[in-house]
Design a protein around this ligand. Structure first.
Ligand code: B12
Length: 212
């Protein structure tokens, strides 16, 4: 079994102790962070999601796998952040109201920090009013929203509506993402951009802000 396959198994099993060690070993053995993330960590969460959907696994196990993935991302962080040329821009980022999924948001944030973006992480379950306050306070170039549930993605549209009502919608670019979100949905709610994964999120953000 390759180190990356082993890592995938450890994340599925929720082995908090071994998984970060194997993450570092895989990197030391020559795998690049992107490979580790895509083929090891995200691939593991896909299996966990499928097993949860068919009732083979329950929330405590899903949570343990999520914690394990986060500890692996922490181990990778020094390898990703600070490796690229600075592309200065300020971003506020949050998971929308009603939604507590953090991993996708944290991964996109990590890649953005690696590209030199200054991030204000608003956390999870961020109400439209909180996004509004953050846009007023930090005057970001970009506001990013993440949603993992079909039932919470509507909060993205409500947040954009609130920024419009308050007259500050045009002062900031808005980018959305997360598993149920699509390009078509992003257009429907009036966002400026959508990206399906962390790598393309950085490229999309640079494009929106003319940083290329
Ligand atoms: C881990 C997990 C949890 C953990 C979260 C822990 C944590 N700290 O995040 C816990 C156990 C808490 C959880 C809870 C629930 N979950 Co859950 N969860 C997952 C799981 C297995 C993995 C999610 C994940 O981290 N993926 C890995 C990351 C890297 O991927 P990602 O988030 O999609 O992010 C990538 C892209 O989407 C994109 N992206 C993400 N955000 C953004 C933002 C921007 C701006 C951009 C550009 C890009 C971008 O880039 C990221 C990196 O590539 C998924 C299954 C799945 N495969 O997605 C289910 C899943 C999302 N959960 C699901 C459900 C149903 C729930 C619960 C309702 C269960 C329940 N009955 O209580 C609760 C809801 C809690 C809530 N109110 O939010 C369903 C959602 C179904 C649906 N379509 O709505 C899923 C799909 C599982 C399933 N197959 O049924 N969950």
């Amino acid at each position: 079994m390759s180190l990356i396959e082993r890592l995938k198994t450890l994340v599925i099993e929720g082995n908090l102790e071994e998984a970060p060690k194997v993450t570092r070993e895989a990197w030391q053995a020559g795998a690049n962070p992107q490979q580790i993330i895509d083929q090891g960590l995200i691939a593991a969460m896909e299996v966990v999601g499928e097993r949860f959907a068919c009732g083979d696994l329950y929330i405590p196990e899903m949570l343990l796998s999520a914690r394990t993935m986060e500890s692996c991302l922490k181990a990778l962080r020094p390898l990703i952040v600070g490796t690229e040329i600075k592309a200065k821009a300020v971003v506020v980022f949050g998971t929308v109201q009603g939604d507590v999924h953090t991993i996708g948001k944290n991964l996109v944030i990590m890649m953005m920090q690696g590209a030199g973006f200054e991030i204000h992480d608003l956390g999870t379950d961020v109400a439209p009013e909180k996004f509004y306050e953050a846009v007023q306070r930090h005057k970001p170039d970009l506001c990013c929203m993440s949603a993992l549930l079909t039932t919470t993605q509507g909060a993205m549209g409500r947040t954009i509506q609130l920024l419009k009502q308050k007259g500050i919608r045009e002062e900031v670019k808005i980018m959305v993402g997360g598993a149920p979100v699509t390009e078509a949905f992003s257009k429907e709610i009036g966002a400026d951009g959508y990206a399906p994964d962390a790598g393309s999120a950085v490229e999309k953000a640079k494009g929106l802000l003319n940083l290329q």
